[in-house]
Design a protein around this ligand. Structure first.
Ligand code: PFF
Length: 462
């Protein structure tokens, strides 16, 4: 990365952007959240709907964010202020900053669990444990009032420290080498998982859809997760796009990042579900799914002790590169809009997010009685951020590019680093102008039961 005239950092190479954007996208969302919600919402049908959203909504919104970032050279909030001054578009940025806050608070908790599992792996804690015992260990660990907080704070301190060092050293260096190693370990896990006795049922669960089982709530979660997993809807890729060189090809970047992210999620699913069925674990078990399934797999494979340590170290690092990108949204906002010094911004944002995260963590035990709409605090923040704020942000980002930014600027911006084929532009504009916003809107109405509520209100009046 090189410093430019105006003192804004830039990625030094195309690989720098792809590595950083993939580092942001690939994280707990792929390996922890994707299998767990796929399990909750019934398997293959959820996966297929998710893939549809990735293609029709995720990919165009990703390209839109990169365009907005590169054109404006600003953070998520300032970008809209600069491109369309004096208009309400800049509120998109505020949604993003709010979403970043909420997401990182619970993300840090789960990343903390991953650190604890490095220690469990090193001490061979699960040796001789039955699947039930492994499940109990997880349950009592997350419900403990102190232990998970320790690891969450360690994780947040690491994230804050890397952001203080700066975009250049922090992001680019760490994400380049390690993700391919994680990929290899997941593939090795896949091989072990699909050769377990009873694996076929897990593969059927993941790939053989039964759409009658899918609820509207599941469809809303698939949409939310498409945004969550690709790091979209809150300006992460606007912020990263703002560091991109004029000549980089944004279309290729978007396609490569989306493909890598989706492949990792599916490979994680292939590692989990055969094992879930082989060890008679409930697929809809919830947030602990990978933490209770994978130790069983590691115990059943040669070299499992070492693989387990490596896996949880790399999972923590994958979480770290994503967490950095989330924190960066808040810090860039504090620094560029509120004019707070970068170091102070980082300390402040990290501290506030950690505090909120502590409440999330405690909602797994001490505060578990406290529920809103039937969700504990952890699930509530997850729901509000991933299923509401990100899709709303994404809808406005698509509308912004489709209607406010316009086709001609898109051509100019995107063609810098690559040729823009006519049909590609047509499809892209169609997706951002109509398909993505309308689809998001409908999924919202259905997923939140808004139509039912309106009908009920209406019929109640008569
Ligand atoms: N995409 C990350 C993951 O899958 O773990 C999480 C994330 C990062 C969500 C950045 C949103 C975001 F803006």
């Amino acid at each position: 990365m090189t410093d430019q005239k105006k003192g804004r950092a830039q990625f030094s190479s195309k690989f720098g952007l792809i590595a950083a954007a993939a580092g942001s996208a690939i994280g707990l969302g792929n390996i922890w959240k994707f299998p767990y919600i796929t399990g909750v919402y019934g398997g293959a049908a959820f996966l297929f709907v998710y893939l549809g959203f990735i293609l029709a909504i995720g990919l165009p919104v990703m390209l839109s964010e990169l365009i907005i970032g590169r054109k404006s050279r600003r953070n998520a909030f300032g970008a809209f202020k600069k491109l369309t001054p004096g208009t309400p578009w800049m509120f998109i940025g505020s949604f993003g900053v709010a979403a970043a806050f909420l997401i990182l608070s619970f993300y840090g908790v789960v990343a903390g669990w991953s650190i604890k599992y490095i220690i469990f792996s090193v001490t061979n804690h699960f040796q001789y444990c039955s699947p039930e015992q492994i499940s109990k260990v997880f349950g009592s660990f997350i419900a403990d009032p102190l232990d998970p907080l320790l690891y969450q704070v360690i994780f947040m301190l690491m994230t804050g420290a890397i952001v203080i060092i700066g975009v250049q050293k922090g992001i680019e260096r760490y994400s380049k080498v390690l993700m391919p190693i994680l990929l290899i370990i997941i593939i090795i896990l896949d091989i072990r998982a699909v050769t377990l006795k009873g694996a076929g049922e897990g593969l059927r669960f993941l790939f053989h859809p039964d759409f009658s089982k899918l609820s509207f709530e599941g469809v809303l979660s698939a949409l939310g997760h498409a945004f969550f997993s690709l790091s979209l809807g809150m300006g992460t890729l606007i912020t990263y796009g703002s560091y991109v060189n004029k000549n980089d090809n944004l279309i290729n970047t978007a396609i490569q990042v989306t493909t890598a992210d989706t492949i990792i999620a599916i490979l994680a699913g292939i590692a989990i579900f055969p094992a879930v069925f082989a060890f008679h674990i409930e697929p809809g078990h919830g947030v602990g799914l990978i933490f209770i399934t994978l130790p069983n797999v590691f115990m059943q494979m040669p070299g499992g002790y070492l693989f387990s340590i490596m896996f949880f170290i790399l999972l923590t690092i994958a979480a770290l590169t994503s967490a950095i990108s989330i924190l960066e949204v808040v810090v860039a906002y504090f620094t560029e809009e509120l004019k707070i010094k970068r170091q102070i911004s980082t300390v402040l944002a990290t501290a506030l997010i950690t505090l909120l995260g502590i409440i999330c963590s405690l909602s797994m035990g001490l505060f578990s009685e406290f529920e809103v709409f039937g969700l504990n605090f952890f699930d509530l923040l997850d729901f509000i951020s991933a299923n509401l704020l990100l899709p709303i942000g994404g809808m406005f980002i698509a509308l912004f590019i489709g209607w406010a930014f316009g086709k001609y600027k898109v051509i100019r911006e995107v063609a810098h680093g690559g040729k823009l084929k006519g049909w590609f532009l047509q499809i892209f504009m169609l997706l951002v102008k109509f398909v993505a916003p309308i689809a998001i809107f409908i999924v919202f109405l259905q997923g939140l039961n808004i139509l039912d509520i309106i009908v009920a209100l209406f019929s109640g009046n008569h």
